[in-house]
Design a protein. Structure first.
Length: 314
């Protein structure tokens, strides 16, 4: 696949870049049939891109060849931009995975900061060195998720990374609270004080309704109803504020439940299994499964959601 220039890719960073979980069989083997079915579902739901091997794709539990195999399979079916999570403790592993997935046709990679970074200069230097390590022609995504990575990126730091590294593709914004950060970055865009950096939001879309209104370009997260995320982004862009908020509000109890640290991914996989998107809700060990009480609570939330959104009738 011909590599697109960074400006073309920035123009495509909008809508919903869904974070794909990794489906497994009950014994922990990768479920390739479910990968195919899940990919087809995402495309049918109207996603504009996909991220594989992200924070909730269980990437650290995969061998290198497994990771490459997953990316190859997704790219073979999905003719949308594919982002691959390549975060690693050192640049050698990051470079090796980046080279392999870019050769397969990935559009770019996502890089999270290590939790050892404590100053603005060290954060900017890290992304500069990471870009040099993987190749300064490889588009990369900044993952700004201080709740998980304990690295605080100010708007000024993000502006520096976007300005000083030519291959910065888009910002995955997961700060909380983070609405003012979006407003500041958009103000600098408007003033011409930084290159326009697309902003796709994560953090399980907890604030998607207002983040879109602050200037986000879409979502880069993996809630178990990505088709709802597509609808909310579309309605927001069409100026149908009340409709966007009403749909979002109906899903908010389940979004909140799925966002729990620890069992959140298990909830996501359970609902996706109930929806017929994947065959099993298995997480690769080490991992904990949902208790019977937790499953009953999710079922209750789905039954309540189904009163407002027929897609929850599973």
């Amino acid at each position: 696949m011909k590599r697109e220039d960074i400006e073309t890719l920035r123009g495509k960073a909008k809508g919903v870049y869904v974070i794909a979980p990794t489906p497994f069989h009950a014994d922990g083997r990768i479920d390739e049939s479910s990968i195919d079915r899940m990919t087809d579902f995402f495309l049918g739901a109207g996603v504009t891109g996909m991220t594989v091997l992200g924070q909730l794709g269980e990437a650290p539990k995969m061998a290198h060849d497994e990771s490459v195999g997953i990316v190859k399979r997704v790219i073979a079916r999905a003719k949308v931009p594919i982002v691959v999570g390549v975060s690693a403790p050192g640049f050698a592993a990051m470079r090796a995975l980046t080279q392999d997935v870019m050769a397969l046709g990935a559009s770019g990679v996502m890089i999270a900061p290590p939790n050892t970074l404590r100053t603005d200069d060290s954060i900017v230097q890290y992304y500069r060195q990471a870009s040099e390590a993987i190749g300064d022609d490889v588009p990369f995504v900044i993952q700004d998720y201080p709740l998980t990575f304990s690295v605080q990126m100010t708007p000024a730091v993000i502006r520096r990374i976007a300005t000083e590294t030519k291959s910065c593709w888009f910002l995955k914004h997961e700060d909380w609270p983070g609405l003012e950060k979006i407003s500041q970055l958009r103000a600098w865009d408007k003033e011409g004080a930084m290159p326009r950096l697309p902003i796709l939001i994560g953090n399980n879309a907890l604030f998607l309704d207002f983040e879109m209104e602050r200037g986000a370009d879409g979502a880069n997260t993996g809630y178990c109803f990505p088709d709802m995320l597509v609808d909310v982004v579309r309605l927001s862009k069409e100026g149908k504020r009340d409709e966007a908020h009403a749909l979002f509000d109906a899903h908010l109890p389940l979004i909140r439940y799925e966002q729990q640290p620890g069992p959140g991914l298990a909830v996501r996989k359970y609902v996706m299994m109930r929806r017929g998107i994947i065959a099993s809700d298995t997480l690769r060990k080490p991992a904990a499964s949902l208790s019977p009480a937790a499953r009953a609570e999710v079922d209750y939330l789905l039954s309540r959601l189904a009163r407002h959104d027929a897609r929850a009738k599973v």
